[in-house]
Design a protein around this ligand. Structure first.
Ligand SMILES: [Fe+2]
Ligand SMILES: [Fe+2]
Length: 200
């Protein structure tokens, strides 16, 4: 087993232990990775039964990216300026939480959570307005990610579980990359196909 794969599995197992302890429903997915894989498969199978493809590459638009591209890797740029700017801020605030000392970690996560709530709500408003088919699956991923982040945030605040906070940040980076390449990419692709420009 490769080192990177081994570390990824180690993180998944560790996070599963947290989820088993804190998530109330026995059938609740055990980690963010499991959450995204399950919901992504359901979304595609419910809405695109003709294809079994789960990972779709982002479709880049021709318009230039208005936001700073340096924080957002090229493979995560979707070519829609509002979304790319929002995603750049997602990465920047997560980086700040990563670099924060333990004493400042809850505060940094709170800033990230507040921004992410608005980021997710904005996408959900767009999808609702477009009556985009997979919008409930997409919103479900948002909800699960914020739920787990909130649980870990409270563990840090109440029980000084800084280790969980550090693990969460790593998990969120993986979650975000997968989410952008699948859910957000589909959403932007649909906007482009229908000729609808996002309104904020
Ligand atoms: Fe997004
Ligand atoms: Fe999203």
């Amino acid at each position: 087993m490769g080192g990177a794969q081994g570390r990824a599995e180690e993180r998944a197992h560790a996070f599963a232990a947290v989820a088993r302890t804190h998530l109330p429903q026995p059938r609740q997915p055990a980690s963010l990775r499991e959450i995204i894989e399950r919901t992504a498969q359901r979304c595609y199978l419910d809405n695109f039964p003709e294809t079994a493809v789960v990972l779709a590459p982002p479709r880049l638009m021709s318009s230039p990216v208005a936001s700073s591209p340096s924080l957002l890797p090229p493979e995560l740029q979707l070519g829609e300026p509002v979304t790319d700017a929002m995603h750049t801020e997602f990465v920047r605030l997560l980086d700040l939480a990563h670099d924060a000392p333990d004493a400042a970690l809850v505060g940094a996560l709170d800033v990230w959570i507040a921004h992410t709530r608005e980021h997710f709500a904005q996408e959900e408003r767009w999808m609702e307005a477009l009556e985009f088919g997979p919008r409930h699956c997409h919103a479900g991923q948002h909800r699960h990610a914020l739920h787990v982040a909130g649980l870990v945030r409270d563990e840090i605040a109440q029980n000084a579980r800084f280790d969980l906070g550090r693990r969460l940040i790593g998990e969120l980076r993986e979650w975000f990359a997968f989410h952008v390449k699948t859910m957000d990419s589909m959403m932007i692709g649909h906007m482009r196909e229908t000729g609808v420009a996002p309104v904020v």
